[in-house]
Design a protein around this ligand. Structure first.
Ligand code: NDP
Length: 458
């Protein structure tokens, strides 16, 4: 039997890679993990965590404005962007140290550098080669931008999280998770934000009522929306950038351009083709339900596999991989009813099928409630919460829950358990609410929305 340096070498110390490797290490496997940048990966270093810290920072502006309705006079409130960035960076350093400690405590050797496959059992890092019985690729993704003239001038979310100063004007191209979240952050901090989106509303793929709400909320807060438009070129002038919109005379002048047009698998430099690991046109590694690639000893998980680009999904895939191959406990990931959130202002929480998706499977009952949150009766803020439930008409099983409003992600996480358990509308109705909350709305939805012919035909 062949002997290897390690039982497992993982390329990429992000959320999924760390979870898989430290569990395998904890189960007694001899493990190593390769990382060319910071331990923690996209979520912890360049994504979810720093983004959410900036969102908390931005939200303070709203809290100060709302305070007047509650009798507070807050004078001389000033904001210091570099102070927020410094505090955020300090927290990231703390988290990175925790991740490194977790690896150490589970006997995982950290190999600093960029990893490349040499053969199905060998990884090269900084000129050294290491062998392993299994190789796991968890190298994540990277911002993808279209090839248009002037694209070299733009920043991505990576740089947006570390700007030295706030621009006066910002154009964000792309209306997905990242575009919406960063528009909210910068708008709240006083930047004049314009979004250029290809569709008529942001967040393609989300429930249409959610999309309408979020688009409307962004506009109400002063974000300018350039819809059904694509940028043709970006020119750098002496003091500003000029964006030309394809097929129109529209010119947008701005101080900074941020692209949030999706993320691509980070697999280009791994030497996959030479070893025979099959990838899709996008560069995503093709894997089976056990995270195994087309090469028996090579596995992949997380964003580089292009399944569902969410941290908790990568973490679950990491756990399933470690349980299956290092704990004799075969485990597959269930991709049904994955809840997710968009940390817009107010945020979105969603789980299960959108109304449009649900209608493809059969007749549905739809319940929608819109109301002013109690907090804003005194703050005077013009903001509406939207709560929506999509129910299978025949079985009365709840297929989807969607919410736009304060704490929506916190509320929908609990509802996701109910959907996983197959809860029906009657189960929700039989649950007593907590009063006064927005969450109780999900157990007091009584009136079906009349079927709209256009919706029924979708
Ligand atoms: P998304 O896929 O969510 O959105 C991409 C956006 O860019 C869409 O609006 C899309 O338009 C637009 N777009 C794509 N290509 C072009 C192009 N060539 N020109 C103009 N517009 C274009 O990607 P994000 O970058 O926002 O986020 C990447 C991933 O990261 C997400 O899919 C998500 O899984 C994850 N993420 C999750 C978060 C969370 O859970 N809160 C937060 C941030 C990221 P169109 O709609 O027309 O296709």
């Amino acid at each position: 039997m062949a002997t290897y340096d390690f039982d497992l070498i993982t390329i990429g110390a992000g959320s999924g890679g760390v979870r898989a490797t430290r569990l395998a290490g904890g189960y007694g496997a001899r493990t190593a993990i390769v990382e060319q940048s910071r331990v923690g990966g996209t979520c912890v270093m360049r994504g979810c965590v720093p983004k959410k810290l900036l969102i908390y920072g931005a939200h303070v502006a709203e809290d100060i404005a709302d305070a007047a309705g509650y009798g507070w006079t807050i004078e001389d409130a000033r904001f210091n962007w570099p102070a927020l960035i410094t505090a955020k960076n300090r927290e990231l350093e703390r988290l990175e140290a925790i991740y490194e400690r977790i690896l150490r405590e589970n006997g995982v050797r950290l190999l600093r550098g960029s990893g490349r496959l040499v053969d199905p059992h060998t990884v090269a890092v900084n000129g050294e080669t290491y062998t392993a019985e299994r190789i796991l690729i968890a190298c994540g993704g990277w911002p993808a931008t279209p090839a248009i003239p002037g694209i070299e001038h733009v920043i991505s979310s990576n740089e947006a999280l570390d700007l030295m100063s706030l621009p006066k004007r910002l154009v964000i191209v792309g209306g997905g998770y990242i575009g919406v979240e960063f528009a909210g952050i910068f708008n709240a901090l006083g930047v004049d934000v314009t979004m250029v989106i290809r569709a008529g509303a942001v967040l393609r793929g989300f429930d249409e009522d959610v999309r309408d709400c979020v688009t409307h909320d962004l506009e109400k807060r002063g974000v300018r929306m350039v819809r059904e438009s694509e940028v043709r070129s970006i020119e750098k002038g002496a003091d500003a950038y000029t964006l030309r919109i394809a097929g129109s005379d529209t010119l947008l002048e701005t101080d900074l351009v941020m692209y949030a047009t999706g993320r691509a698998p980070n697999t280009g430099s791994l030497g996959l083709a030479a070893v025979g690991v099959a990838v899709k046109e996008s560069g995503a590694i093709v894997v089976d339900e056990w995270n195994r690639s087309s090469v028996e000893s090579v596995f992949a998980l997380g964003d580089c596999t292009d399944r569902v680009q969410l941290t908790p999904v990568a973490i679950t895939e990491g756990r399933a991989f470690a349980e299956t191959f290092f704990h004799d406990n075969p485990m597959k990931v269930d991709y049904q009813a994955i809840p997710s959130a968009v940390f817009s202002q107010p945020p979105v929480g969603t789980v299960g099928l959108s109304e449009t998706e649900a209608r493809r499977h059969g007749a549905v009952d739809v319940y929608v409630s819109r109301f002013k949150p109690l907090k804003h009766t005194l703050s005077g803020r013009d903001e509406t919460t939207m709560v929506k439930m999509v129910v299978d008409a025949a079985s009365q099983r709840v297929l989807g829950c969607h919410m736009v409003g304060p704490d929506a992600p916190e509320i929908v996480q609990g509802l996701a358990i109910a959907l996983k358990c197959g809860a029906t509308k009657a189960d929700f109705d039989a649950t007593i609410g907590i009063h006064p909350t927005a969450a109780e709305e999900f157990v007091t939805l009584r009136d079906k929305r009349p079927d709209h012919p256009a919706r029924a035909a979708e």
